[in-house]
Design a protein around this ligand. Sequence first.
Ligand code: ATP
Ligand code: MG
Length: 433
Amino acid sequence: MRRSRSFIPTSKEAPSDATLPSHQFLIRGGFINSQGAGLYNFMPLGKIVLDKIRTIVKEELDEAGCSEVQLSFVTPIGLWDRSGRSETMGKEMLRIRDRHTNEFVLSPTNEEAMVELVKNRVNSYKDLPVNLYQINTKFRDEARPRYGLLRGREFLMKDGYSFHSCTEDMVREFNLMEETYKKIFTRLGLDFRVVEADSGAIGGTGSKEFHVLANSGEDTLVVCEECDYGANVETIFDEEQVDAYNEKSYEELRELKIDKKCSCGADLHFKKGIEVGHIFQLGTKYSAALEANFNDENGKPRPFEMATFGIGVSRLVAAVIEQNHDKDGCIWTKETAPYLVNIILSNIKDEEQVTLAEELYLKFLGEDIEVMFDDRKDRFGFKMKDAELIGYPYTVIIGKELANGLVQIYDRKTKEKTSVKAGDIFGKVMELI
Ligand code: ATP
Ligand code: MG
């Protein structure tokens, strides 16, 4: 992409409600813009990142044997009446009426609709298990939409639902999804923890959350530094204590000692996390309420055993940046970067620089490398600041030094500039990416 042709409206200032780095940099970097409280537009750069994350999620789920579907976003209220959630979901569920005054809901989640889809279409134990997922818009009228994409009202979620003939098979799928989620977050280049979450009546390991570790996280976790045990404080302390911990900053929490030890014997520590995934053993809660049955080996009708699996796809865009940024802007991981390589042409009037930059740009394109070419008229310093704000992993600087046969590679993460012979630059970049 030529920067001169692109639509990337970067800015020096962030709106005053943007208190977190991800919120500030995603707006300033021209990735997203706000259309109202908790409502965001994805501009070209934001859309590329969102789609990259979506693709990784899809690839790993398909590999694990799940099937993608897409349910309608608007759901009739009747579905929610039958499960009882039109009462219990409260004000987070946004209701609308059509011209015939029929009532609908903008889906905050889709357990009911997915059960309804499978009901009477999967009739025998022989057709089980089934794991269906979608990557689709959700709407939750959050009491406090804030922190940009981290807590929106309209957001993109991957929600999956699995159907089984017995508890053992459901637990097997639950474990498979835990492993699959770990692969997804590892591929995204994130430092994350799987923690025990509050699972109400189900207890034990029936609910696990995946948290990206970041000081700004809204959730407080207790983690072992020796083994991989971790738990959301919600599973350990009462509500008042949980609220008190969640109010504390990471720095304040770090000073606190935890009486309990991990079962491995090591000390436990507090961490802050951003919840990016949640897997949950549902049992027959929804299938029984909606009378969704299959026939078992003896021809006896029984409700499906179910589990549900969520990933905050748009929240992940912000979580990557909460974990990877500095004072100058975003630092994308290789798998999430909107473009892996950026070429800065320092002086568009210098023929030698122009020739090399154009050649290099075409060479990268020829190898299917995601490359941005900053061919604008602006000053070098301006282009460099722009590159830092946007956060391309590598920037090739074609400038004055070319007179001596040299160009530079700038590594966004380490901020190191390395001089390379102009003739070697292509190979050098290909080694790095
Ligand atoms: P939270 O405690 O953060 O409100 P939740 O428990 O309501 O999350 P789930 O219902 O399990 O979330 O939804 C699955 C995933 O969707 C979450 O793990 C999270 O990553 C994402 N998510 C939930 N609410 C939002 C939101 N308002 N904006 C963006 N992503 C969200
Ligand atoms: Mg919530």
